[in-house]
Design a protein around this ligand. Sequence first.
Ligand code: TLP
Length: 346
Amino acid sequence: MQLIDLRSDTVTQPTPEMREAMAKAQVGDDVYGEDPTVNRLQEMAAELLGKEAGLFIPSGTMGNLSAVLAHCGRGDEVILGDKAHIFLYEGGGISALGGVHSRQLINRADGSLLLDDIRAAIRPKDAHAPVTRLIALENTHNRCGGTFFTPEYGRQVGELARERGLATHLDGARIFNAAAALDVPAKEIAAPFDSVTFCLSKGLCAPVGSVLCGSRAFIAKAHRIRKQVGGGMRQAGILAAAGIVALERMTDRLGEDHARARKLAEGLAGVSGLVLDEGTPHTNMIFMNLAESVPYPAAKVAAHMRQAHGVLIGVAGERRFRLVLHYWIDAAAVARTIAAFQALLG
Ligand code: TLP
């Protein structure tokens, strides 16, 4: 039985074209800045996001960590959402490794933060208080349901930050999904932010890596931090080669995953044991709960779906699931998933 893996878009395997590009990649020692393929990827990424420079980083987590540590010193404070990936799912790295204090504001449904909340959270100049240094947002927003906010909102945050002398960072792990949903170039979403990370290894299918983009001076700082946290790689062009294919071939097709997510959601809406979140899916993620009538927890349902139907789904809570669409989920896989849920919970 062929497995259908909907747990995340991080499970995506590289495409045949990526494997071929990886095999043929020209490489050098990237710690010396001599890997031509890494250099090319970094230039392409910077160009796509409208920034001066890019830095290839092993993971999204390390990209966010390097960015926050490049913006903030020990005891400085970052304003972020209470559902932010940086806050919830990155091992507390910004505080454990960087001594950066976090100020969590309530994420609104679309993943944004209320501007008035941000204003109110900025600390006064007072020796008792940490120094507010950075505002960090996420687009698309994972924990808020794969939701996205508009470039206009980003501009408002950027303006507020500049007025108050703060830096801004965007965790744009899935910025190309946001761009597809908004039908705007990714650079428009990135424009108001001083730094942006995006992931090559999620919906874009590359096996490894993220790129952090920003000004040349900022990237020089982040480069040093990447080295400090052990992220300096050597013949990384083998990985970057897949990233180049990801940027050339995969960004423009993400709308297909969104359309398939809608198809899957339509089918699942007809399963009596499931209650889909209102408005889901916004991009490539479906969030849903078990109906009260179902006597089992989500983990048990997920285990059964795997064993009996070969369908892997993400458990996002005691009675909650996340299903993520990606390149390797085709129309037949969507139909099989709906049929499997029907059989179990219909
Ligand atoms: N998200 C993963 C898990 O960690 C939850 C997933 O399956 O969605 N920012 C955002 C918004 C992310 O969703 C993720 C990964 C990251 C950063 C971290 O990227 P990696 O896994 O490359 O460190």
